[in-house]
Design a protein around this ligand. Structure first.
Ligand SMILES: Cc1cc2nc3c(=O)[nH]c(=O)nc-3n(C[C@H](O)[C@H](O)[C@H](O)COP(=O)(O)O)c2cc1C
Length: 131
């Protein structure tokens, strides 16, 4: 299994219809590929976790990179893992406001535990939304 966490800059602003479309497309692709995860967003950024079989996650990440609805993709984590940590959601949505959701809490906790620049950036993106 492979887990990727990345951040990116959103080019859809607060367009909820566009966000719903991304989630719907993602869920369809992911169900087919056995990929699961969580998409966090505010008006300025995305943060996403994807988990699944190694090659499927790679193909999914290629598709994500090619999407013009966001830019400035920065890897926070790309790791082989023993098991999924985000449950079985084809793609679960976690808004910035839902800090109590397990997914957002995990992202914050994860970012706090890592010393990398990209993890610090992930933390700042999420915390900036909550304050
Ligand atoms: C923020 C964001 C998250 C995305 N997440 C996924 C994903 O989890 N799985 C996936 O297959 N594609 C994901 N995509 C990519 C879109 O689903 C993909 O670009 C679109 O479905 C491609 O459609 P097309 O090839 O028919 O144009 C994501 C795109 C963006 C902008």
């Amino acid at each position: 299994m492979r887990r990727i966490i990345y951040t990116s800059r959103s080019l859809i602003g607060g367009d909820q219809t566009a966000l719903d479309a991304i989630l719907a497309e993602s869920s369809t692709w992911n169900t087919e590929a056995g990929v699961t995860g969580m998409l966090w967003s505010n008006d300025a950024h995305f943060a996403q976790v994807i988990e699944g079989e190694h090659d499927k996650v790679g193909v999914t990440m290629d598709r994500i990179r090619a999407d013009p609805r966001h830019t400035d993709i920065q890897m926070v984590l790309d790791r082989d893992v023993m098991s999924r940590q985000f449950g079985d959601w084809a793609m679960r949505r976690a808004d910035g406001g839902e800090v109590s959701t397990p997914g957002t809490t995990f992202l914050l906790g994860f970012a706090l535990g890592e010393s990398s620049v990209s993890a610090k950036r992930l933390y700042e993106i999420i915390i900036a939304t909550e304050i």
